[in-house]
Design a protein around this ligand. Structure first.
Ligand code: DP6
Length: 345
């Protein structure tokens, strides 16, 4: 007999960035972060988890290719989920002992993996929720976020739609380092995002190793985590509560630049943005200057692709100039979007 469950998880793009770990084993961050979840019609991971006494061993297939699941992060997620299932089985003898069966996990991304398009976020969120569904766990999204965080930090934010905060937490065991919804997508439904793909190639320096090098060597980094980010988290929550796009945009672009500044301040320096990325920044600046107010905000993760946030009413003014440069193919491979934020999951 085979037991099976499937789920989708969307990508999220941080507007206050997670960069730095205070505990690499438990994946605990040095600062809180805040993100917007993109529509899962556009960028998402679909995962089916199944288990059976007939399976030989745990396995994971991503986009048709077999993956190594012996890594500590995947193992931590599987261990936690199995132990929650075991607790259920111990309290109810009518339940089948699924926690003892090997798992088969089959995932499909509809976008390039590890290209700075937050694939690990959607990937681990989908993996954790698919298994939680298979095991019929009663856990809340916040409880599951504690598990997904151990797979990939940013994954804990992909268990929610809308506007999501990941609180860094204080506890050494990471029990309070979880995500929660700041506002549902319906609170600010006019929000749009477009991803401008400068390169769909795998990034040079992974987020994991990049942030660890920054923590070790950047002096700017300390200022970022002690003063800059804690203040910005509060300002960002207020901007979202008040649907104040100008403040949302200013905080988003400043925080992206602050994160990339700490990358440049890392020894040896890390460059995630390239000339194409910088052209996108110039374009957003020009769009805002032309409008006479802030109608677009850019942000970059650990790669050269730009994500531009804007409101539906400004779609033409924001997208037309980008369509023009995308057609000129000047370093750009294409665009994904105009992804609206997804409804609460
Ligand atoms: C720049 O979540 O990929 O996208 O926890 O090591 O898996 P690990 O890192 P990851 O880092 C994401 C970094 C970022 C900013 C963000 O999403 O907040």
């Amino acid at each position: 007999k085979v037991y099976r469950a499937s789920t989708f998880a969307p990508v999220n793009i941080a507007v206050i960035k997670y960069w730095g770990k205070r505990d690499a084993k438990l994946n605990l961050p040095t600062n809180s972060s805040l993100s917007v979840t993109l529509s899962q019609d556009d960028l998402r991971t679909h995962t089916t988890a199944s288990c059976s006494p007939a399976y030989q061993s745990d396995s994971l297939l991503l986009n048709g290719a077999s993956q190594d699941i012996s890594g500590a992060r995947t193992q931590a997620c599987l261990r936690e989920l199995r132990s929650l299932r075991k607790t259920l089985e111990d309290s109810d003898s009518s339940l089948s002992p699924l926690s003892t069966y090997p798992l088969e996990i089959v995932s499909q991304n509809n976008f390039p993996t590890a290209a700075g398009l937050a694939s690990s976020a959607a990937g681990f969120a989908a993996l954790v929720r698919a298994i939680a569904n298979l095991y019929q766990l009663k856990s809340t999204p916040t409880e599951l976020s504690r598990i997904a965080r151990q797979g990939s930090g940013s994954a804990c934010r992909s268990l929610f739609g809308g506007y999501v905060a990941w609180e860094m937490g204080k506890e050494e065991d990471g029990s309070d380092s979880v995500a929660y919804e700041v506002a549902p997508a319906s609170h600010w439904p006019e929000m749009r995002a477009i991803i401008l793909v400068a390169s769909a190639e795998k990034k040079d320096v992974s987020s994991t190793s990049g942030m660890q090098a920054t923590v070790k060597t950047s002096t700017l980094f300390n200022e970022r985590i002690t003063n800059t980010v804690p203040k910005r988290m509060e300002e960002m929550k207020k901007a979202i509560a008040e649907r104040d796009f100008a403040s949302f945009a200013a905080l988003t672009t400043k925080d992206s630049n602050s994160f990339h500044a700490t990358c440049l301040d890392t020894d040896p320096p890390i460059f995630y943005m390239n000339d194409t990325s910088r052209a996108a920044i110039a374009m957003v600046e020009a769009i805002n200057a032309n409008a006479g107010k802030t109608i677009a905000a850019y942000t970059f993760d650990a790669g050269p692709n730009a994500v531009v946030y804007y409101l539906a009413e400004h779609e033409t003014s924001v997208l037309a100039p980008f369509k023009a440069i995308l057609q000129a193919k000047d370093g750009w491979e294409g665009a994904r979007g105009q992804s609206v934020t997804s409804s609460p999951l």
